[in-house]
Design a protein around this ligand. Structure first.
Ligand code: GRF
Length: 201
């Protein structure tokens, strides 16, 4: 839902790691005219560094460890969904969330769940995108924000940002250049989506 007090779309972020994209989104939400607010951050890894960053910004956090659920992915997702319900979340943003989602959760959030992927999709879905771009001799790389559908990294593209590949690049140096681009692209695309949702109310 949209918060009655602020008129902003209520966004939750799912992470598994450092949370640099999450931090960029929290930062963007602090702008006076931001059309979204970050109402919670969830990690499947209780040790994820992003949880402390979010908490330091006053954002509610939840660690929903996937390990006690074993192979029962839906039960793990149901535990996540309970937090999303508690926070009255309208849009879910995956930011380095490293679990594959089941159709149960994906269908529930159809059109309202975004992901960012460090390649120019449809090139290089899945892992090791930077090494694959370098091995292919590509001259540019980038990142993609897309809606989440049941196929991995397959949903409709909402925005892309391109960066050059330069001589001597390693997967690590390219990843760093792409990540900087992600931190601008993700808040922009999320803001566009939320503006559209607010305008349609
Ligand atoms: C980013 O490169 C993103 O594209 C991918 O996972 C990484 C997350 O990094 N999905 P961070 O945790 O946001 O720093």
């Amino acid at each position: 839902m949209v918060s009655p007090a602020s008129g902003r779309v209520r966004v939750a972020i799912l992470i598994s790691g450092a949370g640099s994209n999450m931090a960029a989104l929290i930062d963007a939400a602090s702008a006076a005219d931001a059309p979204f607010e970050v109402v919670g951050v969830i990690s499947n890894d209780p040790a994820a560094g992003g949880l402390a960053i979010a908490a330091a910004h006053g954002v509610p956090v939840a660690a929903v460890d996937h390990r006690p659920f074993g192979k029962d992915r839906e039960a793990h997702e149901a535990a996540i969904q309970r937090h999303l319900d508690d926070w009255s979340v309208e849009v879910v943003v995956l930011a380095g969330y490293m679990r594959l989602l089941t159709p149960w959760l994906v269908r529930r959030w159809a059109g309202r769940m975004l992901n960012i992927h460090p390649s120019l999709l449809p090139k290089y879905p899945g892992l090791d995108t930077h090494a694959r771009a370098l091995a292919a001799g590509d001259t540019e790389a980038g990142c993609t924000v897309h809606l989440v559908t049941e196929g991995v990294d397959e949903g409709p593209v909402l925005g892309q940002s391109r960066v050059p590949i330069v001589p001597g690049d390693s997967p690590a140096s390219l990843a760093e250049r792409v990540r900087v681009a992600e931190h601008t692209l993700y808040p922009q695309v999320l803001a566009d989506l939320c503006q559209t949702r607010i305008a349609s109310l």
